[in-house]
Design a protein around this ligand. Structure first.
Ligand code: HSE
Length: 310
């Protein structure tokens, strides 16, 4: 057995209300960890996966992390053998970018282990292929912030044009994960393919407002802009207690709140840690009332993407 590396990649909240498929941010926790070990002979082997309740395939032909690693190795023209140990430290199918964190941590760790033949940002297309395998669509609004940290805008998919945005210092995310299952594929299939012009105008006004708010550290503008008039009204129907939890977050002082990715998690952004934790408590109480188990994650919007642990 050869060299080995251990790395972490963060969870992410995609869409951020008005930026369906084009905006996401990273949080400090939770996330996924991977240990990769170089083998003497070619081939990718998944040695173990923990924290997934046995739900993820150990077959390297079917697993997202191994597929991403294979695509990367093909690209750099290497037949290096790799052994993968994956630790899922966050819930699957939660809207927290679980598949994205796995894809990113795998390709990031291998690139580092091989002496960084590619720059971090060049790893994005491989991680996007992981998303295609996980949910049928190669969207980048989870993988880009998981890889680059902070808020990331995908201005264009063809050609891929990814822009890192500044994050105001005191911006905190609260994310609650109610224990109901929403599959990203289903949550995408229920969306209408056409959008009314009047709704589109509101949506791009809000998206531009949100970006401007981030760039100017204007918390009120961020709050006013955190509105989704296109996707949230449809997907909210898949999440019991959504309207109540969102209202509770706003009443507790959040700047704004919406569905995290394709749900069922719900995020809120707040100014300051104290408000963020009140918001978490308020949302938690809603789900206690609904008798739905949930967990709450509170952290600064993270400026860091993946990192090497050892
Ligand atoms: N933008 C994607 C969606 C994110 O909302 O379907 C999925 O995690």
């Amino acid at each position: 057995m050869g060299k080995s590396i251990k790395a972490f990649a963060p969870a992410t909240a995609a869409n951020v209300a008005c930026g369906f498929d084009v905006l996401g941010f990273a949080v400090e926790n939770p996330g996924d960890e991977v240990t990769l070990t170089l083998k003497d002979e070619p081939g990718i082997i998944i040695k173990s996966i923990t924290g997934d309740e046995g739900k993820l395939p150990l077959d390297a032909e079917k697993n997202t992390v191994s597929l991403v690693i294979q695509e990367y190795l093909n690209h750099i023209g290497s037949n290096q053998g790799v052994e993968i140990e994956l630790r899922k430290l966050m819930p699957l199918k939660s809207g927290l970018g679980s598949s994205a964190a796995s894809s990113v941590v795998g390709v990031y760790a291998l690139n580092k282990l091989l002496g960084s033949p590619l720059k971090d940002e060049e790893l994005l297309p491989f991680a996007m292929e992981g998303e295609r395998l996980a949910c049928g669509s190669a969207h980048a609004d989870n993988v880009a912030p998981a890889l680059l940290g902070g808020f990331v805008l995908i201005r264009s998919y063809e050609p891929l044009d990814v822009i890192q945005l500044p994050t105001p210092d005191d911006l905190y995310a609260t994310i609650i994960h109610p224990h109901v299952e929403v599959k990203t594929k289903d949550a995408r299939n229920i969306l209408r393919k056409e959008v009314e012009l009047s709704k589109a105008i509101q949506q791009w006004g809000n998206l531009a407002g949100l970006i401007a708010g981030l760039m100017k550290s204007d918390y009120d503008l961020i709050g006013r802009s955190l509105q989704d008039v296109i996707v949230e009204p449809v997907r909210a129907l898949l999440i019991p207690g959504f309207d109540e939890a969102k209202q509770a977050a706003l009443d507790a002082g959040a700047l704004g709140s919406s569905i995290s990715g394709s749900g069922p998690s719900i995020f809120a952004l707040s100014k300051g840690a104290e408000t963020a934790s009140k918001v978490g408590q308020a949302m938690k109480e809603v789900y206690q009332k609904w008798e739905i188990e949930s967990e709450v994650y509170i952290s600064k919007v993270s400026q860091q993407g993946p990192r090497i642990i050892e």
